[in-house]
Write a protein that binds this ligand. Structure first.
Ligand code: A3P
Length: 260
């Protein structure tokens, strides 16, 4: 894939349900220096459009750089073009058990995705990698393997949960946009789950019911770490653990509270 990347400021990656929307909001506010205006008046998909969507080309023509770009694409599709660009890349990951749970609930409301069936069935497909955007393991390992070759910042959903302020400041410094304390405070307040849940520019309630059935759930669902404990049976947990060990044995990646 050949992309006009040199004018891109920053590309934010993750597989679905790892906290992409949270990162879009944080980055919007880092670049606005804590000014809430863009986050409250422009939908997130226009502020940080998805590279893989059909509207992307038109959106690019309407904006000038530097730009925020979002994608769920795997590394083998995009990394070659990124290596030739000056883009900064942020990869957001999340405990895959919570990703599976969040993705399962999202399938129930997203009319453009197949019916997930039971959680048991969905978990089988998640572990096989036959869900949208493929295997979580390949996605994460692929992008992390590019650390030495790309200007890549890796962060987890759990990091944001544990230390939102510190994470926002680290990101801002890395982007070359250091924040004043009051700017950082404004970002933390606005990026809390409760605040984002009420913000129509980011909670997806603007999307028509033919695309997302809002009677079947909320995009901003729970926003917690460890919801897998309310969904996994002990057998599912053991099976997941076994596959995780096999797939990630060569990886240095660690998630807080992954297996307890
Ligand atoms: P849950 O379904 O577990 O609640 P993505 O944006 O990659 O699709 O990820 C969506 C997940 O991120 C959802 O998880 C959503 O609630 C969560 N999320 C979004 N904004 C958040 C925030 N400010 N704080 C915590 N979780 C957030």
């Amino acid at each position: 894939m050949c992309l006009p990347l040199p004018s891109f400021k920053e590309v934010s990656h993750s597989q679905g349900k790892q906290g992409t929307t949270w990162m879009q909001e944080i980055l919007t506010l880092i670049y606005s220096k804590g000014d809430l205006e863009p986050a409250k008046t422009i939908p997130n998909w226009a502020r940080a459009p998805w590279l893989e969507h059909t509207y992307f080309k038109d959106m690019l023509q309407e904006t000038s750089g530097p730009r925020l770009i979002t994608t769920h694409l795997p590394c083998q599709v995009l990394a070659p073009a990124l290596r030739k660009s000056k883009a900064k890349v942020i990869y957001m990951a999340r405990n895959p058990k919570d990703v599976a749970v969040s993705f399962y609930h999202f399938h129930k409301m997203a009319r453009f995705l197949p019916d997930p069936g039971s959680f048991e069935d969905f978990l089988v497909r998640f572990l096989e990698g036959t869900v949208q955007y493929g295997s979580w393991f390949d996605h994460v390992k692929g992008w992390l393997s590019q650390r030495a070759e790309l200007d890549l910042f890796y962060i987890t959903y759990e990091d944001l949960h544990q230390e939102l302020g510190r994470s926002v400041e680290r990101l801002a410094d890395w982007l070359g946009c250091p924040l004043q304390p009051e700017e950082s405070r404004a970002i933390q307040q606005h990026c809390s789950f409760s605040s984002m849940r009420e913000n129509t520019m980011v909670n997806y309630t603007l999307i028509p019911c033919e695309i997302m059935d809002h009677s079947r759930g909320r995009f901003m669902r729970k926003g917690i770490v460890g919801d897998w404990r309310d969904h996994f049976t002990p057998v599912q947990n053991m099976h997941f653990h076994k596959i995780y060990q096999e797939e990630m044995q060569d990886s240095s990646l660690r998630f807080r509270g992954l297996m307890d």
